[in-house]
Design a protein around this ligand. Structure first.
Ligand code: NAD
Ligand code: LMR
Length: 340
C-alpha cells in the first residue's frame, strides 16, 4: 500500500526532530517553480547539498509528485512539497534562501523580453509572499527577463517596506558557466581552471564577458574575441533553437543555479572570500541594476566590486549596449506602477 499523507508527514516530523537533536547544521531553502524544467533538476541538486537541512518545493502543478520522488534520496535535507497559491505562505515561512525559477521559458523566435508580461506577474506574486513570510531571506531570481524581473522584485519589496538590495540577487551564473566552458575550449584547457567575469545584464548584447580579465591570464586574437563574445551572448538562443520549441536551458541552468545557491549558503555560513557575478542593485555604473562581481556573506551581496580595467573593445560594447539594461529597469518601474 502506498503511504498516506499522514504517514509521510509524521515520518518527516520524526526525521526533523531527530536532525534537530543531532544539531545538524544547515539552511532552509525554498524553490518556487520546483516542478519545472529547471526546478526539478535544481531540487535534485539542492537535496544533495550538505548545507541544506530543509528543502521546500513549491509549484502550481505537480509539487507533490516531485517532492515524493526527491524525498527518497538518502541525503540530509528534509523535503516538503507545497502546491498552489494557498500553500505559498507555508512554503516560505522561515526560509533562509528562496530560489525562483518560476515562469514561462522562450520558444524559437522569441526574445526574453517577450516573457515579460506573464513572468512579471508571477514574480510579483511570489515576491509578495517572500516579503510577508521571510523578509530576511536571500532571493535568487532566475525567471526571465532577469534584467526586468529583478527591478520588479525590488519594487515589490520596496512597497512592502522590506527591501534590502544586498539580499536580492539576479542569477547570471549561467553566463559565467558558458563563458568558462567556451574560453576553455578555445584555450584547450580544463574549464574548471578558467574564471571569466561576465558583467552587464542577462540578455543578448547586455551580456558582456570581460575577456581581458580571464584567469588564468591569457590573450585572444580579435577573431577569437568576436567568436567568444557572440557565443556567450547567444548561448541561451543556441539552446532554445536546439530544443526547437521544447523550452530553453534547464540542465545547465539548474547546475548554474545550484552553484550560485551553494555560494550564497557558504556566504550565509560566514565563509570568507566567496565571490560570484550577479545582477544587483548597485552603483558600479550609472545604471540602477548591473551584473558584476559581488562578495557574498551573511547579509547577501555584502560588497559590490567595480568592473576593473576594460579594454577598448569592452568599453565600446559597454557604451553601446548598456542602455538596454537601463530601458529594462525603467520599463519595469513603469509596469509596477500600472500593476499597482
Ligand atoms: P518550465 O516551464 O519548465 O518551468 C516553470 C515552472 O514554473 C513550471 O513548473 C510552472 O508550473 C511554474 N510556475 C508557473 N507559474 C508559477 C507560479 N505562479 N508559482 C509557482 N510556480 C509557477 O520553465 P523553465 O525552463 O524551468 O524556465 C523557467 C524560467 O527560467 C523561464 O522564465 C526561463 O526563461 C528562465 N531561465 C532563466 C535563466 C537564467 O540564466 N537566469 C536560464 C534559463 C531559464
Ligand atoms: C539562458 O540564457 O539560457 C536563459 O536566459 C534562457 C533563455 O531564454 O535563453
Amino acid at each position: 500500500h502506498p503511504p498516506t499523507l499522514q504517514m509521510v508527514e509524521s515520518s518527516t516530523l520524526r526525521t526533523m526532530n531527530c536532525r534537530a537533536k543531532g544539531g545538524a547544521p544547515g539552511f532552509k531553502v525554498a524553490i518556487l517553480g520546483a516542478a519545472g524544467g529547471i526546478g526539478q533538476s535544481l531540487s535534485l541538486l539542492m537535496k544533495m547539498n550538505p548545507l541544506v537541512s530543509v528543502l521546500h518545493l513549491y509549484d502550481v502543478v505537480n509539487a507533490h509528485g516531485v517532492t515524493a520522488d526527491i524525498s527518497h534520496m538518502d541525503t540530509g535535507a528534509v523535503v516538503r512539497g507545497f502546491l498552489g497559491q494557498p500553500q505559498l505562505e507555508n512554503a516560505l515561512t522561515g526560509m533562509d534562501l528562496v530560489i525562483i525559477p518560476a515562469g514561462v521559458p522562450r520558444k524559437p523566435g522569441m526574445t526574453r523580453d517577450d516573457l515579460f508580461k506573464i513572468n512579471a506577474g508571477i514574480v510579483r506574486t511570489l515576491c509578495e509572499g517572500v516579503a510577508k513570510c521571510c523578509p530576511r531571506a536571500i532571493v535568487n531570481l532566475i525567471s526571465n527577463p532577469v534584467n526586468s524581473t529583478v527591478p520588479i522584485a525590488a519594487e515589490v519589496f520596496k512597497k512592502a517596506g522590506t527591501y534590502d538590495p544586498k539580499r536580492l540577487l539576479g542569477v547570471t551564473t549561467l553566463d559565467v558557466v558558458r563563458a568558462n566552458t567556451f574560453v576553455a575550449e578555445v584555450l584547450g584547457i580544463d574549464p574548471r581552471e578558467v574564471d571569466v567575469p561576465v558583467v552587464g545584464g542577462h540578455a543578448g548584447v547586455t551580456i558582456l564577458p570581460l575577456l581581458s580579465q580571464v584567469k588564468p591570464p591569457c590573450s585572444f586574437t580579435s577573431e577569437e574575441i568576436v567568436y567568444l563574445s557572440d557565443r556567450i551572448q547567444n548561448g541561451g538562443t543556441e539552446v532554445v533553437e536546439a530544443k526547437a520549441g521544447a523550452g530553453s536551458a534547464t540542465l545547465s541552468m539548474a547546475y548554474a543555479a545550484a552553484k550560485f545557491a551553494d555560494a550564497c549558503l557558504r556566504g550565509l555560513r560566514g565563509d570568507a572570500g566567496i565571490v560570484e557575478c550577479s545582477f544587483v542593485d548597485c552603483q558600479v555604473t550609472e545604471l540602477p541594476f548591473f551584473a558584476t562581481k559581488v562578495r557574498l556573506g551573511r547579509g547577501g551581496a555584502e560588497e559590490v566590486f567595480p568592473l576593473g580595467p576594460l579594454n577598448e573593445y569592452e568599453r565600446f560594447e559597454a557604451v553601446n549596449h548598456f542602455f538596454i539594461v537601463y530601458f529594462a529597469t525603467y520599463r519595469n518601474c513603469y509596469t509596477c506602477i500600472i500593476l499597482g
